[in-house]
Design a protein around this ligand. Structure first.
Ligand SMILES: [Zn+2]
Length: 681
């Protein structure tokens, strides 16, 4: 259970790793999608000996100079450029070798190249975090994964090629690349398959393994047949049918919402390592990941949607990757909305709370986000961006919002598009000037702090009125602030346009006003005030000013407490004496049950909360103090129970409390948000 939360995020995170491999090679020279480049590749792989042998015929429509790159581990055995020998490589780094191909007067270029080499062993013992950022081409009988960024085939820098790949594997092994399956055959000796990707692509990833293949065919929106395939390891083949059915449901859902599915295939492919990648026409997920019951309900839909956003329209990385935020909004968040208003609200609370728990320096503007490299970049690049789309939809209404996305899809399919292109689509369809909206949410880091400074009843003879003063931090944003109004007759939400540092609004209300609440639905992206945000365990992990109080004085219990404190913090420990007066900074306090109870009583802090009282062998919870500092308490029955926490507890940063029985989490949760409410008398 420990890994579920962490894994789910990793799966989302890895999604665009393949694409980020692409950025590394093209960031300096923008891909010129206008040049028509085609690869015709034939490759033979023997996973047992890890040998690969390939031939490629590259044709280029333009006469300009080119740079050809291949992974360093491969040897070129034959190379002709327009019929002449290609010459020696001009440069090589640890991982790559490169050739410069000079400009020609006119005409089409033709490069013929043969190569071979040995692949790295597939290491299925990797932990999921280690698979992030790995770009070695790896092979073995359990699986082969040749990511584009590993340079497993010769490619031209800065181009978006169309391709055809024919692969050959020994009998028992099956494989694929993204694209349309145009040919497949099997004999007692070998498996062969050919794929075609007829659109400008961001590169080629190849996967193989001892797969059982399952196929269903569905009709897409335009009547086109779409093949839904599973390439599953034998041990999970019984899950295959369900996965294909779910994929079909997601394709129908997004075709209705956005427009026609752009491809003729979608495959779910299992990996011996705990990875999670999304490529055009397929997703590559670890065997153990595919076994997790919630993957079909969440991550799978996210991956399918990337065929529109990310792999159908390519983000302009140099100006910020919008595709993760839009995919999060239309997949993860949309599923929560389908579940109910409460589930959706909870997700928004999580986004705001996580953002508010970021340490200084971890935040960045959305225009700087490229792909997920750590938790903080997900909080911005996925969650903040998703909330920006939510605010956009709240502003324009569902129908206009959807039509803008449909227009964006229609215009940008298989092109590199930026936030500016999205803005233009929203402006065209809505007829509104959205410059300020996009500028303030995309180019600034941080978020506005908004508070109700005052809310009073103002009297008039004939009606009830309430006068509300709102304040915001600097820099000033133009905000539509939802305000909940409760009167003797009921509740309603009004939108107030806050455009200054301090502004007063007078509202007529239908009956005697009782109280006002700031943004009751949590639909505005803002920095929660310390007293609003429910404290979570993550705060002691990221906040470098935290001090630790270890209550056991000596021996094994002290050592266990010290180890745990180290595991929970990304920085060196600052030990604070238990007898000192409470510091103003946040604290982590670790001890045995009776030590914790005595310490809380002596400090006049809230006693052990009822929800954890008497449960499990160990408990951790947070308490917030006036002024914003938090106290995180970790309390164990005995030394063994304390020791057992060192591995699992750091995974529960998003919780306010968690209960363990030895190393197993048995209960967890988040304290409720404390809303900004002002009573009116
Ligand atoms: Zn994604």
């Amino acid at each position: 259970m420990t890994l579920i939360g962490a894994r789910l995020q990793i799966i989302r995170g890895i999604t665009c790793l393949v694409l980020s491999g692409f950025i590394a090679t093209t960031a300096s020279s923008a891909p010129s999608a206008k040049t028509d480049v085609r690869y015709d590749i034939t490759v033979r792989i023997d996973p047992a000996s890890r040998r690969i042998e390939g031939r490629s015929l590259i044709t280029v429509s333009a006469a300009g100079e080119l740079t050809l790159v291949l992974g360093r581990r491969f040897e070129v055995t034959h190379a002709l450029v327009d019929g002449l020998p290609m010459g020696r490589s001009i440069s090589s780094t640890v991982n790559t070798q490169a050739w410069w191909i000079p400009r020609r007067q006119h005409g089409q270029r033709r490069i013929e190249i043969h190569w071979r080499g040995e692949l790295a062993p597939m290491d299925s013992s990797l932990e999921h975090r280690q698979t992030l950022g790995r770009s070695e081409p790896a092979s073995g009988s359990a699986g082969t994964f040749l990511p584009d960024s590993s340079g497993w085939y010769p490619h031209l820098v800065g181009t978006l090629p169309r391709y055809r790949v024919s692969l050959e594997l020994p009998s028992g092994q099956r494989g694929l690349v993204a694209g349309r399956l145009i040919d497949e055959s099997e004999t007692t000796e070998s498996y062969r398959a050919s794929f075609e990707f007829p659109f400008p692509s961001e590169g080629i990833d190849l996967m193989a393994g001892p797969y059982a293949i399952g196929t269903d065919t569905m009709r897409g929106a335009g009547g086109k047949p779409i093949q839904i395939r599973t390439y599953f390891h034998p041990q999970i083949r019984d899950l295959a049918k369900k996965y294909r059915e779910e994929v079909k449901g997601y394709i129908e859902f997004y075709e209705t919402w956005i427009g026609e599915y752009p491809f003729t295939e979608f495959s779910v492919v299992s990996s011996p390592t705990p990875t999670g990648f999304g490529m055009p026409t397929l997703t590559y997920l670890g065997i153990e990941v595919l076994r997790l019951p919630f993957i079909r309900a969440t991550s799978l839909g996210h991956e399918v949607l990337h065929n529109w956003w990310g792999n159908g329209v390519y983000p302009d990385y140099a100006h910020g990757n919008w595709s993760e935020g839009l995919t999060t909004f239309m997949a993860d968040y949309a599923y929560k909305e389908r579940e109910g208003a409460e589930a959706a609200r909870e997700m928004r609370v999580g986004w705001l709370r996580d953002f508010s728990a970021l340490a200084s320096g971890q935040d960045m503007p959305l225009t700087k986000f490229t792909s997920r490299t750590h938790g903080a970049s997900q909080i911005v690049g996925y969650n903040k961006a998703a909330m920006v789309f939510l605010m956009m939809r709240d502003l324009l209404g569902q129908e206009t919002f959807d039509r803008a996305l449909q227009l964006f899809w229609h215009e940008q399919r298989f092109r590199v598009a930026s936030w500016t292109d999205l803005q233009r689509a929203f402006e065209t369809v809505s007829g509104r000037d959205l410059r300020i909206f996009f500028k303030q949410w995309l180019t600034r880091s941080g978020a506005p702090v908004v508070r109700i400074a005052e809310a009073v009843r103002t009297y008039s003879n004939s009606s009830h009125r309430v006068s509300i003063t709102l304040e915001q931090s600097e820099p000033i944003y133009q905000l539509r602030v939802p305000i909940g109004l409760r009167t003797e007759e009921g509740e309603e939400v009004r939108m107030l346009d806050l455009e200054q540092k301090r502004q007063t609004f007078t509202l007529e209300v239908p009956a005697r006003p009782i109280e006002v609440t700031l943004d009751p639905g949590l639909r505005l992206f803002r920095q929660l005030m310390p007293q609003e945000a429910p404290p979570i365990l993550r705060q002691v992990m990221v906040d470098e000013t935290v001090v630790s109080v270890l209550l056991p004085e000596t021996g094994e219990a002290y050592a266990a407490a010290e180890l745990l404190a180290t595991k929970l913090q990304n920085h060196s420990l600052r030990i604070f004496s238990a007898t000192n007066a409470l510091p103003t900074v946040s604290m982590l306090v670790i001890g045995l049950h009776d030590q914790i109870d005595a310490w809380l009583a002596r400090r006049q802090l809230p006693l052990r909360p009822g929800i954890v009282q008497g449960k499990g062998s160990a408990q951790a919870w947070t308490v917030s103090r006036p002024g914003g500092a938090t106290v995180t308490l970790v309390s164990a029955r005995d030394v063994a129970a304390l020791t057992a926490l060192a591995r699992p507890l750091p995974h529960y940063g998003r919780q306010s409390y968690v209960v363990f029985e030895d190393a197993k989490m048995i209960e967890r949760g988040i304290w409720p948000m404390r809303m900004q409410v002002i009573k009116i008398d």
